[in-house]
Design a protein around this ligand. Sequence first.
Ligand code: HEM
Length: 367
Amino acid sequence: MTGSCRDKVENGLLPVLMHMASTATPFDLQDLTTRLVFDMTAAPLFSVDPGLLSPNMPPMDAAAAMDTVMEVALFRHTVPASCWKAMRRLNIGPERKLAAAHTVLGGFIEEMMEKRKKKEHVANEGDPSSVDILSSYIDDPDYQQNDGLLHATLINYTIAGRDMIGTALTWVFYNLAQNPHVMSAIRNELSPIASRKAATGANNSSTMVIFEPEETKSLVYMRAALHESLRLHPPVPIERKTAVADDVMPSGHVVHAGDTLLISLHFMGRMEGVWGKDCREYNPDRWLSEDGKKLRYVPSHKFLAFSSGPRLCLGKDVSFMQMNTIVAAMVWNFDVEVVEGQRVQPKMSCVLQMKNGLMVKLKKRDM
Ligand code: HEM
């Protein structure tokens, strides 16, 4: 995943951004990051690059189907189960849309598996590019006997990668644009790495700097800036849990076995009792030790963006690797300006996407 991320940044993202900067055309950053991360996720999963980031590539039906899955999931959280189950049986309303989306996603997975198979004939044994995540499932007897489970797992991976990181990155740039001092602090942290690369000639491009995933791993300020954005704008805004037994919550509320609990990660990230008086401010310093050199320990039950406990997000480390690499490349090489006068508001969905996207303009920075 690291190799795929790094290649996509160098050969996909930066050329597209350079083009946008040279034409000074405003564009929807959310659309771009979602396409980028879709490609980045699919490549190591299927050994096939859907190529969505290529200029003029039309939106993919599978991408729209993923949006539908997330929107209908929120609908299911908000109505009694008997209601959506009846709609599913009658194939009406949002449930009809969901069934259609599942058909599209099933077709997408089949298509990717077919393309992968064709590629397998060409690939030599031992070729590292033919090793993908799917291989580990195909060889697993549990999955061999259950096509539905394999499809669901692959769709889960694709949605987890595309939606979460695509959404998280859009909010990161929204927050950075409103807080230029944070953008400067990230550049200061990147500066010694860029100088070292220039001195040793380690950079492939003369006009742009590409930061290797390994190089950005230990950058604490950048990590703090990402955490702070995820606190205020968690890509998964609601966690749903079901009580397995009667219990009393620490707040004193009684829950009964079978009750559904909806936990708003979005509001938890903005509670004064949890984060203090400045809870609504974007302030990466709250994540840093007194001397600013280390990240403070914050338990996952306080910072719930990746959930907590045994069902903690499995993609957390991958997420930071991808976000670090993308943010470093964009922040160092470009000034990102959010177009004024647009209404930024969340969409009604299980993913905190922006309803109207985020229009931005780019300017190449002088090196
Ligand atoms: C900023 C990025 C991401 C955020 C904020 C995030 C957040 C979450 C959250 C809140 C859950 C728990 C969902 C629930 O309990 O219903 C979860 C689960 C999961 N995530 Fe992520 N995720 C991110 C990226 C990724 C990526 C890139 C992958 C895979 C490559 C991934 C794979 C998974 C998997 C497999 C689970 C299920 C874990 C389990 O149930 O045992 N996530 N994620």
